[in-house]
Design a protein around this ligand. Structure first.
Ligand SMILES: [Zn+2]
Length: 250
């Protein structure tokens, strides 16, 4: 029941943020896309790297855009740039073009330690608007884990949830057992947070964050209050990578 209440609250909050995002987009639809330095309210983060295909006009941007009315710091933009660069490197290594996959996603800065204090919500991705909202904690906690996590949700969404399907098939195969308990959705040993135990997309987004962060950025293994002692960090990374390769090969 508690889980349901929290879920309802998340849906409610997502709905509110969706409305807010819509309003912001309506106020400056062209400004977000065509932002330049002359517009201090929007900043473009350029991601270096080879392109794998020539884009058709208007089909795909070469830039990822962060927007907010005021609160980005130079250090935060560096973090976003670094996280995206690492993500694209990781995807590139399994034959995927991250810039194509996440073409029109944007980052929005929400000031405050959390987006929602009571829920401890640090990051949030809106799959309708393709806006990833980030609170203060996303930049200062666990080496950017929460930013990678939200990008993981976006990647999974762009693949029509194929990543979470593959990941869960893979961990069942690796564990050699389908030891999913009544409350859990994720095989024991392959989740880090209670939330990820109960929701397989959350376990997948955590696995994605761990995969990119540990392979590309020497990120320390995150330990959360509920992380079980038998959490298999290496197994999670391996399962995620195998899933990615399987998706690209299929
Ligand atoms: Zn999540």
């Amino acid at each position: 029941m508690v889980g349901k209440a929290v879920l309802s609250t998340i849906i409610l909050i997502t709905g509110i943020i969706f409305i807010v995002s819509q309003v912001e987009a309506d106020q400056q639809p062209a400004g977000i896309v065509q932002a330049s330095i002359a517009q201090p309210s929007s900043v473009i983060v350029d991601i270096p790297g080879p392109k794998t295909a020539a884009p058709a006009a208007g089909e795909r941007s070469e830039r990822f855009i962060v927007d907010d009315t005021s609160r980005w710091t130079a250090d935060e933009l560096v973090v976003v740039n670094r996280v995206l660069t690492h993500t694209f490197q990781a995807l590139n290594e399994v034959g995927l073009d991250g810039r194509l996959l996440l073409d029109d996603y944007r980052f929005r800065r929400v000031s405050g330690e959390h987006i929602d204090e009571a829920l401890g919500l640090i990051g949030l991705v809106n799959h309708d608007t393709h806006i990833i909202s980030l609170a203060d904690a996303a930049f200062v906690r666990l080496g950017g884990f929460y930013i990678y996590h939200e990008i993981g949700h976006a990647v999974d969404h762009q693949m029509d949830r194929e990543l979470s399907k593959q990941y869960h098939a893979q961990i069942i195969a690796m564990a050699g057992t389908d030891n999913i308990t009544a409350v859990g959705a994720t095989v024991d040993g392959y989740w880090l947070r209670a939330h990820a135990h109960e929701v397989r997309e959350e376990a997948t987004a955590d696995a994605f964050a761990l995969w990119v962060g540990s392979e590309q950025a020497d990120m320390r293994r995150p330990i959360f209050a509920g992380t079980p002692l038998n959490a298999d960090y290496d197994g999670i990374v391996r399962a995620l990578e195998i899933s990615m390769v399987a998706i690209n090969g299929s």
